[in-house]
Ligand binder design. Structure first.
Ligand code: G6P
Length: 614
């Protein structure tokens, strides 16, 4: 993971870098550091902790210079200490480098460098890179850019790197493989580099996304030069950013997570816009329309994802199988990639990813592609790696999601998967025209219904107060509400550090029921639908063991209300659309509990939003 930012131009680099690092902190917040070249001196400032620590640490120093690099770390090799913080510097103090990724063969490279007299200060894999570049530069008598290019042919692993040298104070060199890197082209001959476009958008909208094994040589006032690792010059493909700056700010909310929860009526609407026309009975998915027949005729659709996106994929499985009658499998990308899956040209593998950068999901796609399968993507971040390697795909259009715990990205993924299921079902003829139109009308009404669910916030806050000190929690659901239970449990554990588990309601009696006593809150999705009566029985089982029931029910429900300790009502909708509504009270509940427990809601401990390591 880790976030990297760099600037070269006429402006003061430090404020630009610090602001950029704050935007990228979602990628890791174990330590932070910057390197600046000022009057021929290379100055390094770095310390353990968040970017705010670094800012405080630097406040009394003269952090000047118009060229600089900055890093916010998610620790892989070596604990989060000052010494392990990036940038890492060559022994003669002339070269500094930041890195996001993992150098897998770092140990053998390190042993070789130690034999040649290099002394390592840190435990990181990155320090190997800086000494390797220095070593090649001295041995081959080449400048550091050329040495970096040569060094990369010895490196196995993933990297986004930016390097500067006090001997070349007018330029920087960057490279990428598997970890993202974007170059922003400013108006005054200046350049901005970052792991994603968020630190760049307020300065320029002209960007170039580096491709794998590309090296950028960046000189103030000159054109951006791109080379392959084999030294062939490449033409930069300049794109226009569509992101707006306001989308990256908290807009009056106390936390990004709360803002993002409240944005859902709009983000779901944005996902539907231009794709759903209930009046005319049409669903159009421009990005994948040329692949819909292939999907309909496929052996199987395999949805690969991690974390919250995996939960969205599970909802997708219910929807696509139910409506389009196509065989769907859902896989953890990290498992799929390593278990020699049986794949053929008749399979379609669909990656679901908010960031579009998750290393395991990328690798799963690469594997599927190598076996001849069609690969598609459902991503939120425009221009992300997954969206670029897939044959085709659709964006969820949820807008930037900054809170580490995913909320609006999840509901947008589920919305898009609902559209996919409906579109395939309609084209295949597995749904009647009447049912199709009814569902389109229901789906169109979802953003307004989400608004109504958000009105339950005050009630949910009260419930949170009652259960904030719980040590365990159970989440139950059936059918497509089972993934909602999984997602509810994940939200609670990741931001409030309360142990929570999601279960199919009927499976409770095969184990978790042993945990139930008067201290155990059990959160149940008990909305009207096919399995309502069954869920009611499961609630009885919990009550018989004195567990506390907090149930999400359909507006007007009376039966569950009589049994439950608390009910949260959501508007009535078609059963298959319930996940879009039922997930929201769980998001709010986790949020309030985490706030009451003084947890860092937007940046929970040990987590990162974009997991670009395996
Ligand atoms: C991390 C994030 C989760 C996310 C998962 C998959 O664990 O903290 O919120 O669901 O990665 O990320 P992706 O970007 O592929 O959806």
């Amino acid at each position: 993971m880790c976030g990297i930012v760099a600037y070269i131009g006429k402006k003061d680099a430090f404020p630009i870098i610090i602001k950029g690092l704050k935007r990228l902190e979602y990628r890791g917040y174990d330590s932070a550091g910057v390197a600046l070249i000022d009057n021929g001196q290379l100055n390094i400032y770095k310390c353990a902790g968040k970017v705010a620590n670094l800012e405080a640490f630097i406040s009394e120093k003269n952090a000047e210079g118009t060229i600089g690099i900055g890093h916010t770390r998610w620790a892989t090799h070596g604990p989060p200490t000052d010494v392990n913080a990036h940038p890492h510097v060559s022994m003669d103090g002339s070269l500094a480098l930041i890195h996001n990724g993992i150098i897998e063969n770092y140990d053998s490279l390190k042993q070789e460098l130690i034999k040649q007299g290099y002394v390592f200060k840190s435990e990181t894999d990155t320090e190997v890179l800086v000494h390797l570049v220095d070593n090649i530069s001295k041995k081959e008598k080449v400048w550091f850019g050329e040495a970096l290019r040569m060094a990369l042919s010895h490196v196995v692993g993933a990297y986004a790197i930016v390097a500067i040298s006090k001997d070349f104070p007018n330029q920087m060199v960057a490279a990428r493989k598997s970890s993202p890197l974007v170059v922003g082209i400013g108006e005054d001959g200046d350049f901005y580099l970052a792991s994603d476009a968020t630190p760049i958008v307020e300065y320029t909208k002209q960007v170039v996304y580096l491709e794998d094994e590309e090296i950028a040589v960046i000189k103030f006032g000159e054109e951006l030069k791109l080379f392959s690792i084999n030294d062939e010059e490449k033409r930069p493909y300049i794109q226009q950013l569509e992101m707006e700056l306001e989308a990256l700010e908290k807009g009056g909310y106390e936390h990004f997570m709360l803002k993002e929860i409240h944005e859902q009526p709009r983000s779901i609407q944005d996902c539907l816009r231009g794709r759903l026309n209930a009046q005319e009975g049409r669903v159009t998915l421009g990005g994948i329309k040329d692949y819909e027949q292939k999907m309909i005729q496929a052996n199987r659709l395999i949805l690969v994802a991690c974390g919250t996106s995996w939960h969205a994929a599970l909802v997708g499985e219910y929807l696509i199988e139910d409506l389009a009658r196509i065989n769907v499998e859902v896989e953890y990308a990290s498992e799929f990639r390593y278990r020699n899956p049986i794949l053929s040209e008749n399979d379609v593998v669909i990656a679901i990813s908010q960031s579009g950068e998750t290393a395991d999901t990328m690798a799963a796609l690469e594997l599927a592609k190598s076996k001849g399968a069609t690969i598609l993507g459902i991503c939120n971040v425009v221009g992300s790696s997954i969206s670029r390697i897939t044959d085709a795909g659709s964006y969820t259009h949820a807008g930037p999601e900054i809170g580490v715990a995913s909320t609006k990205a999840f509901t947008a993924q589920v919305t898009l998967l609902t559209l996919v299921a409906l579109s395939l079902a309609h084209k295949k003829g597995s749904i009647s025209e009447t049912d199709f139109r009814i569902l389109l009308t229901e789906l169109e009404a979802i953003p307004e219904k989400v608004k109504k669910v958000l009105e339950t916030n005050a009630k949910i806050e009260q419930i949170a107060l009652e259960y904030k000190d719980a040590t365990n929690a159970l989440y139950l659901g059936r059918g497509s509400s089972f993934p909602v239970a999984l997602e509810g449990a994940l939200k609670l554990k990741e931001i409030s550090y309360i142990h929570a588990e999601g279960y199919p309601a009927a499976e409770m009696k095969h184990g978790p029921i042993a945990l139930i006593d008067e201290n155990m809150p059990v959160f149940v999705i008990a909305t009207k639908g096919n399995s309502y009566e069954k869920v009611v029985s499961n609630i009885q089982e919990v009550k018989a063991r004195k567990g506390k029931i907090i149930a999400i029910v359909t507006e007007g429900d009376t039966q569950v209300r009589e049994m439950a300790d608390h009910v949260i009502e959501i508007p009535e909708t078609n059963e298959i659309l319930v996940p879009l509504l039922a997930t929201i009270p769980f998001q709010l509940l986790s949020y309030h509990i985490a706030v009451m427990r003084n947890c860092n809601v937007d940046q929970p401990r040990n987590l990162a939003k974009s997991v670009t390591v395996e």
